[in-house]
Design a protein around this ligand. Structure first.
Ligand code: PEP
Length: 257
């Protein structure tokens, strides 16, 4: 059985004091839940947040990294550096990185490999824009995003990976894919990996992201191929984030009973 993962993408938010407070509240509330909880602050807050979550079950991740491991790349941060700061996961290919910083699927695939070489797990984000959805291109867009990873690392690259399906039109907009819409894409992603290796596909965690909130989380997480969430706005409030974690926990408890 796949353990649900709830990941908080804190984006470009917080101060040293506020992230410590947020991390403390999440660590206290998440301690007894049967789900994996991950927080991803900005890179300069990693050490402060690690000091709080280091002795708790909450995991630490970053929001991006360089595909290069070392060298003359001014302003970049490498996967090894993030690993040294206690990161276990790195979000890669977020639609904001693709749209605002023109990251290509090929570059994102190289970043994923770099993260894996450093012993961490990439959270590879894929998703279509509204125009692509309306043009009936959802499957083609996501297949192409996954193909870049398959070409760079083969299906084996998906052994140590989390995929996050994040429809771009649902991120930060308050619009959420319906549970059925999301499930259809998650099933397609799993099927695509399964066509190359069924065991890797059945172990692969596929998160949904896009305006996940406490009141829609349970219906999304109740879908067969949705293994948790990548949460933006609602991850900045401990009460909301913990309610989402609890919604994921309730799906585990239902399956177990
Ligand atoms: C995200 O940025 O990954 C995200 C899903 O944001 P939000 O939950 O705010 O839509």
């Amino acid at each position: 059985m796949r353990q649900p993962l709830i990941a908080g993408n804190w984006k470009l938010n917080g101060t040293r004091n506020s992230v410590v407070e947020l991390a403390s509240e999440i660590s206290a509330g998440a301690a007894s839940l049967p789900v994996e909880v991950l927080v991803c602050p900005v890179v300069v807050h990693l050490a402060d947040v690690l000091a709080v979550v280091g002795n708790s079950p909450v995991h630490l991740g970053a929001q991006n990294c360089s595909e290069a491991r070392t060298g003359a790349y001014t302003g970049e941060v490498s996967a090894d550096m993030l690993q040294e700061f206690g990161c276990e996961y790195v979000i890669l290919g977020h639609s904001e990185r693709r749209a605002l910083y023109h990251e290509t699927s090929e570059q994102i695939a190289q970043k994923c490999l770099s993260v894996q070489q450093a012993g961490m797990t990439p959270v590879l984000c894929v998703g279509e824009t509204l125009e692509e959805r309306e043009a009936g291109q959802v499957e083609a867009v996501i297949a192409a995003q996954l193909d870049a990873m398959l070409e760079a690392g083969g299906v084996d690259a998906f052994r140590q990976m989390v995929v996050a399906y994040e429809p771009v039109w649902a991120i930060g907009t308050g619009k959420t894919a319906s549970p059925e819409e999301a499930q259809a894409v998650h099933a397609m992603i799993r099927q695509k990996i399964s066509s190359q290796n069924a065991d890797i596909a059945s172990a692969l965690r596929i998160l949904y992201g896009g305006s996940v909130k406490a009141d829609n989380a349970a219906s999304l997480f109740g879908q067969a191929d949705i293994d948790g969430g990548l949460v933006g706005g609602a991850a900045l409030d401990a009460t909301s984030f913990l309610a989402i974690c609890e919604a994921a926990a309730s799906t585990v408890e239902k399956t177990a009973s």
